[in-house]
Ligand binder design. Structure first.
Ligand SMILES: O=C(O)c1cc(C(=O)O)c2c(n1)C(=O)C(=O)c1cc(C(=O)O)[nH]c1-2
Length: 246
């Protein structure tokens, strides 16, 4: 528990300190991805597993949307659903993520089937969806605050992957461009909400813990990839096996 009630600025500083020490840009698998140290099969495994996160984001946002008490809050949160699900077939973030996986040579129906998913990815993503469904609105909104830190990692990723992998093109990475404007808009709203509504020491502790939890979700997804796809012979039964000729 925070030992006293923090001012909104102090709370924001404590949230940013969590990102600075726990966000997934610090994970060795991400470092390797961005620095061009992975082979094509390993990049495919990353994109295939991350698909489940992307595809689950609108479900978690819909469960929160249903609980929001005012028109203003619902209108704001509804935009996230449109960003991810689009307004027409083939539009939105989930469809753009499939362009990334097919640009990397993966069959979209295989990706969408989730058959090749790592068990660790499944458990981590489901834990996030369940957290948002079951915790307070304040904690659910706070858990989205990793997006405060995502524009930096996305810029690093796009520059690093374009310069380091000949199988990656600007078109393949088109998913990320709109996120550079969407994520700051989303996180500015979520941060303002948390600054305003986390007033007691209990609430402030809950908000800080929600962000730590979310950093752990993202971290454990990368742990699962790191375990399965870096040292040979560790792909769990049923999970995606990269084609050695890819
Ligand atoms: O590329 C990334 O590293 C990254 C991180 C995050 C995040 O920090 O949760 C999100 C995204 N991307 C993203 O594309 C996205 O749509 C998204 C939604 C959310 C969320 O928690 O609601 N996080 C993220």
């Amino acid at each position: 528990m925070t030992d006293r009630i923090l001012t909104p600025d102090e709370l924001e500083a404590a949230l940013r300190a969590i990102g600075a020490t726990r966000y997934h840009n610090l994970h060795p698998f991400h470092r390797a991805l961005h620095d061009g140290k992975l082979n094509k099969g390993q990049v495919q495994a990353w994109a295939l597993n991350r698909y489940y996160y992307q595809a689950s984001i609108p479900a978690k946002d819909a469960s929160l949307l249903a609980r929001l008490p005012t028109t203003e809050l619902r209108r704001e949160w509804r935009r996230r659903l449109e960003d991810h699900d689009g307004t027409q077939p083939g539009t939105g973030g989930v469809a753009r993520w499939l362009k990334l996986t097919s640009g990397l040579g993966l069959d979209s129906s295989y990706v969408e089937s989730l058959d090749g998913l790592l068990p660790g990815t499944r458990f981590a993503v489901e834990a996030y969806v369940q957290f948002v469904r079951e915790r307070s609105i304040l904690e659910a909104i706070a858990s989205s605050l990793t997006e405060l830190f995502s524009p930096t990692i996305i810029s690093e990723r796009v520059a690093g992957m374009l310069s380091n992998y000949d199988f990656v093109t600007e078109e393949t990475l088109a998913y990320f461009k709109p996120r550079l404007t969407q994520a700051p808009q989303d996180s500015a709203f979520a941060l303002a909400y948390v600054r305003k509504h986390a007033r007691t020491a209990e609430q402030q502790t809950a908000v800080l813990d929600a962000l730590k939890f979310k950093c752990n979700v993202l971290w454990s997804m990368l742990d699962a990839l790191d375990y399965a796809y870096v040292v040979p012979g560790r792909v769990p039964p049923g999970a995606f096996h990269p084609d050695p000729q890819a």
